[in-house]
Design a binder for this molecule. Structure first.
Ligand SMILES: Cc1cc2nc3c(=O)[nH]c(=O)nc-3n(C[C@H](O)[C@H](O)[C@H](O)COP(=O)(O)O)c2cc1C
Length: 204
């Protein structure tokens, strides 16, 4: 039985991103009925920011951290520990301003914690997580897989790199793109992506 952590980053409820996620999860649950799927909506929970108090607490040796430091860090740890404990990660997000919505970036910062998900070594950064596949379900208005916008797809390569940094190299994605560019084709494009998501759920 696997624990699947689903991270949703869209404040809109009836969104294309949600529908793509629903297709993926329905197919996944049919295939893996015993697995436990936990949803974390980053717009519905209070994602802590990495501020001065957090950085000062991180910089102190463990035994010198005050109760106030520990309280500040526990707000981050809650998200880091949940991510570490999951067997599989699903991230559902639209593209916003050539990247992901800021709440998702704030969430990802709670996962990139030195000493917990990666360490710095003389050879460079070394990931501490392994064997956890990551599935990105991504919807975007323009077309970035080819053509003039290709060099502006910052979101997916960045997420892939962050996952690699913490040791998660099994990175998969389903991308629905061009829905704003061709609004009359949007529903068809989404249906195609939903079919692809269902197929990929079979082997996730
Ligand atoms: C604030 C905002 C910023 C956006 N920025 C981009 C962008 O930079 N590039 C792009 O292709 N689409 C952009 N879009 C379009 C969304 O990616 C697209 O409408 C969205 O993925 C639709 O999915 P949804 O129904 O799940 O929200 C943006 C949409 C919003 C609301």
């Amino acid at each position: 039985m696997s624990q699947v952590l689903t991270i949703v980053a869209n404040p809109r409820s009836n969104s294309f991103t949600r529908r793509l996620l629903q297709s993926f999860l329905s197919a996944y649950s049919r295939r893996n009925p015993a697995d436990v799927i936990t949803e974390l909506d980053v717009y519905q929970c209070d994602i802590p920011v990495i501020d001065d108090a957090v950085i000062k607490a991180w910089d102190k040796p463990l035994q010198e951290r005050s109760p106030a430091d520990l309280a500040v860090l526990s707000r981050i740890d809650r998200f880091t520990d949940q991510f570490i404990a999951a067997d599989k990660i699903v991230i559902a997000s639209p593209m916003w301003n050539l990247h992901f919505p800021p709440q998702l970036l704030a969430y990802l910062a709670t996962v990139m914690v030195a000493g917990k998900t990666f360490v710095y070594t003389e050879q460079g950064c070394q990931g501490l997580l392994h064997d956890k596949p990551v599935m990105l379900l991504h919807v975007r208005g323009g077309v970035f897989s080819e053509g003039p916008l290709q060099a502006m797809d910052f979101a997916t390569p960045h997420l892939r790199s962050l996952c690699g940094m913490i040791g998660l190299t099994d990175f998969r994605s389903v991308i629905c793109e061009g829905i704003e560019q061709a609004p009359d084709q949007a529903e068809k494009l989404l249906q195609q992506a939903m079919r692809q998501a269902e197929q990929m759920a079979e082997t996730f």
